[in-house]
Design a protein around this ligand. Structure first.
Ligand code: C2E
Ligand code: MG
Ligand code: MG
Length: 654
């Protein structure tokens, strides 16, 4: 297996960024869980209330039945007693005993009746109670009447008749008690049936509630899972998988050995930033979404596509389909609505391609494809780059540089060299450019070996401020020693323009060393302005307000030189070495171009300096065309601190 780990770590999006859920998803899940718990709590409370209610009703009804049966029983007893009393009316002792017993029994019946009354009133059977109660009262009234008959004076004479009447009456009483008992039983049965029905209703509603809650819970759970899944795995703009999801799936495929013969393509849309600038980010987003839709229809069922952030996409496709997909990616046409109009965009792509090897892991695969597309972005190279050995070596080198960089900063291995700028009118030192070098054990590494890499990685911002800090410290020392410094330009990468506090930070460092602003110049490469033009304009205006010089480095190498000059209030323009190189070689077109550029810049009231001047011929040509400030090996190479200090002390060139 080829070793390709840790390449370009910061730039390539992480496969599973921290594995953390976004805050709102966590909040949503917590809320759903709490709601579920609350629902369960209220349900169990409700069930408990229903249970108790039911229990109370059933207990009461059984107790009532018990009371009623007791009354029934007592009434029979009472009736028997009355009968016995009536038959033994001439036996004083028996009758008075029976009378006393009857009184006790009557009060017992009344007590039971009272209990029954209280109990029934305690429930919702009040009507029924009134009914029962009135019937019982009627019964006792009749019994009292029979009892009063016994007080007759002519008892012996009346006894036979009374006995006859009484037996008939008692028959009636027995019949009415029986009827009453039947009625009570019917009532109780009705009450029981009613209760049973109510209970079924309760149980039904209990189940319905449980089922509703379960359904709601399940729906909520799956909805939550879906939302979470989409947030974690889907790219919100294009609705296709993001790199995290692709990584997880590919790791599974690799385990099952399913990626044999597959290739990984990493594509980058050319000029999307132009669309963003011209039509607004809104349109850029629509273009991206359309592009993703088109491409997701191109990949087969057993292939995958994912967005890796910005205008970068990754495809896992069958090896034999790579050419077809690359052909397609050469130009994808999408149409989007722009202000009530349909605009058609032809999107060209740069691609990095890697044929997946046997023992690769997904990190290796992505690194390789990503590194290749990164190379494809260089204007001098073709649009499609396959990962190969050369790239692999480069990868090693990058890896080794990045791993040493942090230590280099801490150990202060980076040193600042100063390349003099000369005014040819008096052959004197008129300024200098700070150029960084990396002192590694026994070798001095030139910036070209590490600056582009640090720019990719984003670490360049730290290094640029490290250099500015050193420059300010050196100027402070020279001032303190009474050595008159010259204006020193410090290079700043375009990466800084992403930081809103860039200008503030520059001022902070300069002011920390109390450096008069006239001694500092900020050099920005021409391409700096392209993507973050607004940020560039506001940075330059802050520098203007603070009387800090700003120069455009490598002028003429970018795409928008003229509009840049028109819109940016820069103080100095540094004409790129490539124009100077051709001077004196018979290239009339180039020489005319240089001449006119010099005149134009002068007309615009900007200072011009030519860099990379190596020969007297070049210097003479520039002088003849009114460009007097130059920087180049003809006068000096970049000098270490002490040598440059000597130049400051003796600024004239002999
Ligand atoms: P640059 O800013 O355009 O710097 C000029 C480069 O041209 C320097 O190369 C300088 O040594 C070289 N040069 C000047 N005169 C001549 C000449 O007559 N002949 C030849 N052949 N070369 C000449 P250097 O120091 O290797 O720097 C290369 C580039 O690295 C710089 O180009 C600049 O873009 C970048 N760089 C250097 N230091 C820093 C830094 O501190 N921060 C950033 N962001 N970039 C830096
Ligand atoms: Mg420069
Ligand atoms: Mg330059």
């Amino acid at each position: 297996m080829v070793e390709r780990r840790n390449v370009n770590k910061k730039k390539r999006p992480k496969i599973n960024p921290k594995g953390k859920l976004p805050v709102h998803v966590v909040t949503l899940s917590v809320c759903i869980t709490l709601l579920g718990l609350l629902g369960l709590l209220s349900l169990s409370y409700y069930i408990e209330v229903i249970r108790n209610d039911y229990k109370r009703l059933v207990d009461n009804d059984y107790r009532n039945l018990e009371y009623i049966n007791r009354i029934n029983c007592d009434i029979y007893k009472y009736q028997t007693m009355v009968f016995r009393y009536m038959t033994s009316i001439d036996d004083d002792e028996t009758s008075s005993n029976l009378e006393a017993e009857a009184d006790i029994l009557k009060s017992e019946i009344e007590n039971t009746d009272k209990l029954l009354g209280e109990n029934i009133i305690g429930t919702d059977y009040e009507d029924k109670y009134n009914d029962i109660h009135s019937k019982l009262n009627g019964y006792f009234d009749n019994v009292s009447y029979i009892y009063e008959l016994n007080d007759s004076e002519d008892i012996k004479t009346a006894s036979y008749d009374m006995e006859m009447q009484l037996s008939e009456y008692i028959d009636n009483v027995v019949a009415s008690v029986e009827e009453f008992s039947v009625m009570l039983n019917v009532d109780i049965q009705t009450a029981q049936t009613g209760l049973a029905l109510r209970m079924t209703d309760y149980e039904c509603s209990e189940w319905i509630l449980i089922i509703i809650l379960i359904i709601m819970g399940v729906i909520g759970y799956f909805r939550c899972i879906r939302i979470t899944y989409d947030i974690i795995n889907k790219d919100p703009l294009t609705k296709i998988n993001d790199i995290g999801k692709l990584g997880k799936e590919m790791t599974k495929w690799l385990k099952k050995d399913k990626l044999k013969g597959y290739a990984c393509i990493c594509s980058n849309i050319k000029g999307l930033s132009l669309i963003n600038r011209r039509y607004g980010a809104n349109v850029g987003d629509k273009v991206l979404a359309k592009f993703a839709t088109v491409m997701s229809q191109v990949v087969w069922k057993d292939e995958r596509i994912a967005r890796v952030g910005g205008d970068n996409f990754v495809y896992i496709v069958h090896g034999e389909r790579v050419d077809a997909i690359l052909k397609l990616l050469e130009k994808i046409t999408v149409s989007v609505d722009v202000d009530d109009d349909v605009k058609v965009f032809d999107l060209e792509n740069r691609c990095g391609i890697y044929m997946i090897g046997e023992d690769d892991n997904f990190g290796d695969i992505l690194d390789a494809a990503y590194l290749s597309v990164h190379h494809a972005k260089k204007s001098s190279l073709p649009d499609n780059i396959w990962f190969d050995k050369e790239l692999m070596l480069l990868t090693f080198e990058r890896k080794s540089i990045l791993s040493k960089y942090k230590r280099g900063i801490v150990e202060r291995e980076f040193v600042v060299y100063y390349q003099p700028k000369v005014d040819m009118r008096k052959d004197t030192l008129c300024g200098s450019e700070a150029l960084v070098r990396w002192q590694q054990e026994d070798s001095l590494v030139p910036p070209i070996k590490f600056i582009p890499l640090l720019e990719d990685d984003g670490s360049i911002t730290e290094l640029d401020f490290y250099v500015l800090d050193n420059v300010c410290r050196d100027i402070r020392e020279w001032l303190d020693q009474g050595i008159k410094p010259v204006r020193v330009s410090s290079n700043f990468s375009k990466v800084h323009l992403r930081n809103s506090d860039f200008a503030e930070h520059v001022l902070e460092v300069i002011n920390k060393y109390k450096i008069p602003h006239e001694y500092i110049e900020v050099e920005l490469t021409e391409s700096s302005g392209y993507e973050n033009f607004n940020a560039l304009i506001s940075f330059v205006s802050v520098m203007n307000e603070n009387n800090i010089y700003v120069s455009i480095d490598d002028f003429g190498t970018g795409y928008s030189s003229l509009s840049l000059l028109r819109e940016l209030n820069v103080d100095v323009v540094k004409l790129d070495k490539s124009f100077i190189d051709e001077i004196g070689k018979g290239d009339v077109v180039n020489e005319n171009l240089v001449k006119n550029v010099i005149h134009m810049i002068k007309d615009l009231d900007r200072e011009i300096i030519c860099e990379g001047v190596e020969t007297k011929k070049q210097a003479q040509f520039l002088k003849e065309n009114n460009c007097y400030k130059i920087q180049g090996y003809l006068y000096d190479k970049p000098l270490p601190h002490d040598e440059f200090e000597q130049r400051l002390k003796a600024p004239e060139y002999m």
